[in-house]
Design a protein around this ligand. Structure first.
Ligand code: FES
Length: 360
């Protein structure tokens, strides 16, 4: 150590081992450089490449000029402040910009939300980097490589280093930076809370309701072609949907589209099968739910909701591809194998036109 002090009164960092000023340094052997003799187990053969050592430390402008130091502090706080404003702007834009707004051919909502939140994170990053580069203590360290084990002494040393880092970063001494950073990080939680709105409103009994209603026709899922019993052969299975997904209003717009269509389809998809009427063992009270051996079942697996349409014509079993739950459609959709615990859901076919209603 020397008697020299930095302009702000702090002591200069201790000299690195092997560097000028390190009173514990082992004197260099002839032909070696300072620092290359620190390890006593080192091969006595001199290094083929001399250790160049560390260049003399140059203090940064902010280390020697209090005005520059203050200016840098304000710059860091400004970046954290901008991050705070951008995060608040994110929350406002979430409510102000319509989801279907477009800007320059892309989603205006995504652009506004992504832009504000991205810039907020960027400014926090810029502020942290600038803080570390120009304000946190600046001294070079040479450290010898140690064994991987962590004895208690090392752990205690690690704690000391963390405390020293806390001291050197000035986190406690610089309330402007500390508070602006805490503010910026704190409001970052707001977008997560705001985005929770997309999960609601709570579904209530919505999962139990479908678009099926009296008079809705059963149609082929891709083409929208109405299904008649006479079109089906014995043993045939058809993937079907309610006709409303193909219907249009007076302006030629589909009644269902976008997310609403996907949600409605996910609940209303069905399969229609035809079996020999005398093969069918209808559950009690459902004897009249089929027409000429035509039955309609929900396509949604009652186990975890995968779409089911693997049909074993010979056994009249329907198999779910996800976990192999197997349902006997000739026996009321009863589970005959797999993790499913509830029978496939039967829907009643009521007329030759395919009018149907959900099972109760
Ligand atoms: Fe069908 Fe699991 S989702 S068996």
């Amino acid at each position: 150590m020397t008697d020299e002090h930095l302009p702000d009164g702090r002591e200069p960092a201790a000299a690195a081992p092997g560097q000028p000023g390190d009173e514990h340094a082992v004197p260099a052997r002839p032909g070696t450089s300072p620092g290359s003799e620190i390890d006593p187990h080192r091969d006595p053969v001199p290094d083929p490449v001399p250790n160049p050592g560390l260049e003399a430390h140059e203090p940064r402008p902010t280390d020697v000029d209090p005005k520059l130091e203050k200016r840098a502090e304000r710059q860091v706080a400004t970046m954290f402040g901008l991050a705070t404003l951008l995060t608040l702007a994110f929350c406002v834009l979430y409510f102000v910009v319509p989801v279907d707004a477009t800007f320059a051919g892309t989603s205006g909502s995504n652009l506004a939300l992504g832009g504000t939140l991205g810039l907020a994170l960027l400014f926090i990053g810029f502020g942290a980097v600038h803080w570390a580069r120009v304000l946190m203590d600046d001294h070079e360290i040479v450290e010898l490589r140690h064994a991987a084990a962590s004895p208690d002494a090392d752990r205690a040393e690690a704690v000391g280093i963390i405390q020293q880092g806390n001291e050197e970063s000035g986190f406690g001494r610089r309330p402007l930076i500390r508070n602006s950073l805490l503010g910026a990080m704190g409001v970052l939680a707001l977008p997560a809370v705001v985005l929770l709105r997309d999960l609601g409103p709570l579904p209530g009994d919505d999962p139990k309701k479908t678009v099926w209603a009296k008079g809705v026709r059963v149609v082929v899922d891709i083409s929208g072609q109405p299904i008649k019993p006479s079109d089906l052969e014995v043993g045939q299975l058809v993937n079907a949907e309610p006709s409303v997904f193909f219907e249009e209003d007076e302006e030629g717009e589909h009644l269902y589209h976008g997310t609403e269509l996907l949600n409605a389809k996910a609940k209303a998809a069905v399969i229609v099968v035809r079996m020999e009427p005398d093969e069918i063992n209808a559950p009690e009270g459902r004897e009249d739910w089929g027409i000429d051996g035509v039955l309609c079942f929900s396509k949604i697996c009652p186990h975890l909701g995968c779409p089911i349409s693997l049909w074993e014509q010979q056994t009249r079993n329907l198999i779910c591809p996800c976990h192999q739950s197997t349902f006997d459609l000739a026996d009321g959709g009863k589970v005959v194998f797999g993790p499913g615990r509830r029978s496939a859901r039967t829907w009643a076919a009521r007329s030759a036109s395919g009018s149907s209603r959900p099972a109760t």
